[in-house]
Design a protein around this ligand. Sequence first.
Ligand SMILES: Cc1ncc(COP(=O)(O)O)c(C=O)c1O
Length: 399
Amino acid sequence: MTSQETFDLYERCVIPNYPRLPVVIVRARGSQMWDVEGKRYLDLFPGWGCSLLGHCHPRVVEAIREQATRLIHVDNMFYTEEQGRLAELLYEHGFGGRSFFCNSGAEANEAAIKLARRHTARGRYKIVTMERGFHGRTYAAMSATAQSKTHAGNEPLLPGFVYVPFNDVDAAAAAATDETAAILVEPIQGEGGVNIPDDDYLPRLRELCDENGILLILDEVQTGCGRTGKWFGYQHTPIEPDIMTLAKALGGGAPIGAMVARPDVAASLTPGSHASTFGANPLVVAGATAMLETIESENLLEAVPRTSADILEKARGLQHRFGFIEEVRGRGLMIAIELTLPGAGIVSAALERGLRINCTQETVLRLLPAMTISTQEVDEAFDILASAIQEAESEPVTT
Ligand SMILES: Cc1ncc(COP(=O)(O)O)c(C=O)c1O
């Protein structure tokens, strides 16, 4: 099939809820992808943040291939050694929490919201969340997402969510009442624009929670599993959460989510109180276990600050050249180039030249590169990006 034939097929048969890029991908490896006509793309946003080891990492591929020959799916009425072992990895790399597995970030957040309400009971049902946060598209996760563009057309929302500005502990304190079950926050806001809070933000939220019997839920769907250079984003601070949610990078590209909870909190999710049929299916567990073991055995966390510094330096180089780049910021492999004009034109111009990046919040170019990206690939990507930005400078884009 040609690209056009695939576009036509989608036009007829696929619901148009995604603003898709006009490219049909047939294969990918590491930080590179190829389309159906054989054109190569460098990918600085692999799998929307899911392919942190790069596309089709050989160890992930092998683990899934091997698992598929033995047991693809078995339901959660049975034990599997593999699910227990994956939970153990999260227990060891995190805060000694127990895991519930599901299929996505939204589903992990649904579980966290249910657990928080069940655990704190006694009339506590409200959840404080942050403006510009993003927690997913299902009803509770969407209601937790304090962005009107995500709500539009879907009202009425689930009640009980209270929104306050990000990085503002006083606002969170003012919103917390004896009806508050939890505070839900991303350690670094991803979709909201790669917003990095002050160093004392999470520690002060932790104190607020401890003083008021409120649970602290960290949405680490985007920051987790090594993205920021630590196993989890909260590990850049001295605190631990009560509940943490994961997805995206966890599966090495396979669809898996997890909610990890402090053991005494986890105990409130009693048998029959929550479930997910596909949760921790052996196939995706194989991908997730291979992903975490690869990071560990190949010391990939150690390389993150170097790669990050290299990308930030090149992005700052662009900032010196182009006046409409307002700010460059990032932590680990979560990087933003904030513009004073809409970035959609730059994303398209980059794609035409063979580079995939993302733009969020209209003016923030977002890069979520793989841990395995090479220096040469970073160099090439920034040459392409510079030329795409050059084009935008000569033809400013309007929305
Ligand atoms: C921080 C955060 N939480 C939750 C989600 C939702 O994850 P999913 O799309 O897997 O449901 C996302 C997705 O971008 C996210 O970035």
